[in-house]
Design a protein around this ligand. Sequence first.
Ligand code: ZN
Length: 219
Amino acid sequence: MTADLFITSSNIHSSSFYRTVENMFLQAWQDTRKNRPHVHAVWYINAGSQLLGRPRFSDYLNYKAQIQRQLGRNKVEEELYRGVRRACNIGDDGHHLNLCNLAECDLCRILECRYRLRNSNGTANFGTGIYTSAHSSKADDYAINAHNQSRFHVVLLSHVVTGNTYSYQSPHPQITGPPNGYQSVGAIPKRQGGTLIHPETIVYRTDAAIPSVMVVYTR
Ligand SMILES: [Zn+2]
């Protein structure tokens, strides 16, 4: 399995793509209690790559088109952050972009397949889903290194079909999806009158979100 199946070698710090992603990531770092991060690398995840003979992102694109038709508008998608557990050192440098085989490496399992619905062993605020945030600093809470000694962490900038978002003021851990007529669930942050400190956006289908860019950073 070669690395370029999944990640292009576009980690060129002077490129406009790199600088755009870096600026977005830093501007989305909204938690003032955390130190400002340093972006180490930005890897674009190749949308054209194939997995086991299947177009890697066709399910996502099909679902996006379906929601565009259903809602009668083009804008149904947002770019949001998701922190992931990483057990290997993929992304730390330009020579290490091969996926590992470790079961506990959520990053490589996501890159080789897709996001899975998770609920943090039943403790998630809005049931079993794919949790993302407009704040990179919130996604950072979940960017955990398991077993490796790396000083780097990974957050995935992701495309998410949010469609119509139903916003809750407080956690509803028992829900299994958005209400009828909605495609995603959002948490209203405290400064806008909610009870949670940071914004969250949750979708409940594995074809409703794809990782687009791997941001490698130090805290
Ligand atoms: Zn890995």
